[in-house]
Ligand binder design. Structure first.
Ligand code: NAD
Length: 417
């Protein structure tokens, strides 16, 4: 691993700058596309169950809203800071442009470890944060969603807080809500389905058969667990899976139902009887056709890239590959489908939820599934064509496509005043 690390925002800005250069953007227009529009920092005071008052910091960032209202999750994690939120917001601008949905990029977060908080404390933190960043939120302005350590329950509190402040039900102000209050069919699992569509399209382009192809997945959470089923249903063999507690390997392929039952009982893939325990560090060096990082950012460094056993990497996680690893993967002929494309199924389903809330009309599950498939397939094709046209890897192609589309909207709208 390199010892010199730039901050998350510096790294994100460098990627945007190099995409802007690649598509020959005017330097003035590039500034509008690269720099965030606004960064709001709020204090989030709340009362603990024992009566003590504590004060947290929270942020909401609008990166670029030329293409539509800001879209991006809210993260509750001790490491959240303005710099990280800016980087994540810029990635959302690019992601929404790559799948061509009418949203800009936004992101938010509170620097807090939610695990020791009671449900009541978590609700008070959520409501006070929603009040603090509330002036930025609106179905026509900025629409948050769940992210690390936030879920449908947190989204319900957020939607209720904004609705109470405004004196009217405002379901379209947030996505990833429970079905009973304006959520959408097919939101759960949408990211995994989008990843699966990218796997199918990549293998088709490369002329690699799916049947019998071996896959390894890092992470068995909201994204990784459904993927074991979805990839197996394509005839692939998911030969190894890891989570925070361990990793398991079976060259014949893991049984999705048995693995799911085991994790429901024990809380981890570790100890699964129908597979051999392996060191989680070995996961990415297993020889296979597909590797899917679906856990943390920054897990594929130059050394991991040099020993990677897969021919294709599809990034379900956000930012799993460090910039230093990209040239190593490229020199080894490993095809990487980048996060801004591969995991965009989630934000696409969020767009469908928002459209249903604004229209006041719920779509059937099969309508959501078909529209998701079409949107992801079109985004994949556009990125693949861009990669061929510019003769660059898919990550640079996706960045270029996203930056080009954001720049087009920014230019068409012109510079205010
Ligand atoms: P999750 O919290 O549900 O699951 C994360 C999984 O990663 C868990 O199984 C956990 O045990 C595992 N993990 C944690 N540390 C690990 C380690 N050191 N080694 C191996 N496994 C480890 O999270 P999620 O929603 O599944 O998100 C996973 C990734 O996908 C994140 O990078 C997230 O930003 C990204 N993502 C998620 C969505 C979504 O819809 N949930 C959408 C876009 C991107």
């Amino acid at each position: 691993m390199s010892t010199e690390r730039v901050s998350a925002w510096e790294a994100a800005r460098e990627r945007l700058e190099s995409a802007a250069r690649l598509v020959g953007l005017d330097p003035g227009l590039a500034l509008l596309v690269i720099e965030p529009e606004r960064v709001l920092e709020v204090s989030v005071p709340f009362r603990r169950d024992d009566g003590r008052i504590e004060l947290l910091k929270g942020w909401r960032v609008h990166h670029n809203t030329s293409r539509g209202p800001g879209k991006g999750g809210i993260r509750f994690h001790p490491a959240v800071n303005a710099d990280e939120v800016k980087a994540l917001a810029s990635e959302m601008s690019v992601k929404c442009a790559v799948v061509d949905i009418p949203f800009g990029g936004a992101k938010g977060g509170v620097a807090v470890d939610p695990r020791p908080l009671s449900a009541g404390e978590l609700e008070r933190v959520t409501r006070r944060y929603a009040f603090g960043v509330g002036p930025l939120l609106d179905p026509d302005r900025d629409v948050p969603a769940p992210d690390v350590n936030t879920d449908a329950r947190v989204m319900a509190w957020l939607m209720d807080t904004i609705s109470m402040i405004r004196g009217r039900a405002t379901p379209g102000v947030v996505t990833g809500k429970p079905l009973a209050i304006g959520g959408s069919h097919g939101h759960v699992g949408a990211t995994s389905r989008g990843v699966t569509i990218c796997v199918q399209a990549t293998f088709a382009e490369l002329g690699m058969p799916l049947a019998g192809a071996r896959a390894v997945i890092q992470g068995y959470g909201k994204v990784g667990a459904p993927l074991v089923y979805l990839l197996s249903s394509l005839g692939m063999r998911v030969v190894a899976v890891s989570d925070v507690d361990g990793a398991v390997h079976n060259p014949a392929g893991l049984d999705p139902a048995a693995l799911s039952q085991h994790t429901e009982q024990t809380g981890s893939v570790a100890g699964f009887a129908l597979a051999e325990a392996i060191d989680p560090q070995e996961l990415f060096s297993i020889e296979c056709e597909l590797a899917v990082p679906a856990a943390l950012g920054g897990v594929i460094d130059a050394a991991t890239a040099a020993s990677l056993g897969a021919k294709v990497v599809v990034e379900a996680a956000n930012g799993p590959t460090l910039p230093e690893a990209d040239p190593v993967l490229a020199s080894r002929g490993i095809v990487v489908v980048p996060d801004v494309l591969a995991n965009a199924g989630g934000v696409t389903a969020s767009y469908f939820e928002w459209a249903q809330d604004r229209g006041g009309y719920a779509w059937e599950a099969d309508v959501v599934a078909e529209r998701l498939r079409r949107t992801m397939a079109q985004a994949f094709d556009a990125t693949w064509r861009q990669s061929q046209a510019l003769k660059v890897p898919l990550r640079e192609a996706a960045m270029a496509l996203g930056v080009e589309r954001i720049a087009e909207a920014t230019q068409l709208r012109g510079l205010f005043p």
